[in-house]
Ligand binder design. Structure first.
Ligand code: PLP
Length: 375
């Protein structure tokens, strides 16, 4: 059996090696290393794929979130609501910009933003909501957008884990993850569903004015060369990464399908076990399985984690510490009673290997090892 990897980037690369290698060489020979035609080409192709008017490429997914918040004109003291159960980047940029993070709990089945907690957290100082489409499935955007509209709040979708997911509204309209709120952000970190071979990110918006503001902000606040109208940052997607992404973007739907079929194998094998809750798929969103995350209930999750490692099956706990308990983000405003679900999830979640290159023998070995252990 092939060695099992948490994310098999090498196996994926080998299938597209000749196109990738020649596209990289082309960029090197062109010397258009920054903001070259590859970046512009990728931008247009991603706009088409997402069905969004504007894509602004940038250096990584964390910058994308920060620049989105700068572009919306959020200011010191503004409250920004996001989830307690996510990667720290989301809350990090809120804090860096001296905005006030307001962390809220998630739903126990989907791991996404809890709507009651959201309603409860809104105050007159609230300016924005940042739903994170965690593990590859959209949060309940229809309700979040409704709540945002009622309270006149911006919605920034953190789509780092869910690029390619489709959301269906109750009137039948289908939109891509990241294109429903005022602005969406994503990451092209190598292990993300659409990953480059270094760092990369992008911001999406249908608002042309906001797009224009953001385009200058990613480039030192310049709207005209050497005229700096606002304080900006230097955050660019480089041409080599864009060239790689142009090859991988047409493959994204196939990558999502491959992830979904691995997830289906896992769920079929592990369903109906009393100690295992397999991922729940909402009826309004497709799932692109950035992670395949089980909840291990009434059994020793940590012992299973170690048993799998001992059997050369990589697996991970995303996330082991709630953000409100992290040293950097602790705050006396928070009350443990408000984080019942997250506090529980950190002790039950277990993410299995997930990528585009499995063979069935590997998946069968993984599920058998889990079932044998929990017997
Ligand atoms: C990966 C990730 C980010 C940050 O992306 P980088 O490109 O690593 O900066 C932000 N939010 C979430 C939910 C992520 O998973």
């Amino acid at each position: 059996m092939k060695k099992i990897q948490m994310v098999d980037l090498k196996g994926q690369y080998e299938k597209i090696k000749s196109e990738i290698d020649s596209s990289i060489i082309n960029v090197i020979e062109s010397t258009a290393y920054i903001n070259g035609p590859e970046v512009h080409g990728f931008q247009k192709e991603l706009e088409d794929y997402l069905g969004v008017k504007n894509v602004i490429p940038c250096a990584n997914g964390t910058d994308a979130l920060q620049i989105a918040m700068m572009g919306l004109g959020l200011e010191q003291g503004d409250e920004v609501i996001t989830v307690d159960f996510t990667f720290a980047a989301t809350v990090e940029v809120i804090a860096l910009l001296k905005l006030t993070p307001v962390l809220i709990d998630v739903e126990k089945d989907t791991f996404n933003m809890d709507l009651d907690a959201l309603k409860k957290a809104i105050t007159p100082k609230t300016k924005a909501i940042v739903p994170v489409h965690l593990f590859g499935q959209c949060a309940n955007m229809e309700e979040i957008l409704k709540i945002a509209k009622e309270h006149n709040l911006y919605v920034i979708e953190d789509t780092a884990q869910a690029i390619g997911a489709d959301y269906t509204f109750s009137d039948g309209t289908v939109k891509k993850a990241g294109t429903m709120g005022h602005v969406g952000t994503t990451s092209f970190f190598p292990s993300k569903n659409l990953g480059c071979y270094g760092d990369g990110g992008a911001i999406f918006t249908n608002d042309d004015d906001l797009a224009n503001t953001i385009r200058g902000m990613v480039n030192h606040g310049m709207y005209r060369r050497y005229y700096h109208d606002v304080v900006g940052v230097n955050s660019r997607l480089d041409s080599i990464q864009a060239a790689i992404l142009r090859i991988k973007l047409p493959l994204l739907d196939g990558f999502c399908d491959a992830r979904r079929s691995a997830a289906e194998f896992y769920s079929n094998a592990l369903a109906n076990h009393p100690n295992i809750a397999t991922p729940v798929i909402s009826d309004f969103s497709t799932h692109v399985f950035h992670q395949y995350t089980l909840q291990i209930v009434n059994a020793d999750r940590d012992a299973l984690h170690k048993h799998l490692l001992d059997n050369n099956i990589p697996n991970a706990i995303y996330y082991p510490v709630p953000l409100h308990s992290q040293k950097a983000y602790e705050d006396e405003r928070y009350n443990e009673d408000d984080f019942k679900v997250t506090n529980k999830l950190i002790g039950t979640v277990l993410s299995l290997p997930m990528h585009t290159e499995f063979d069935e023998e590997q998946l069968a070995f993984i599920t058998k090892t889990i079932l044998d252990f929990l017997k």
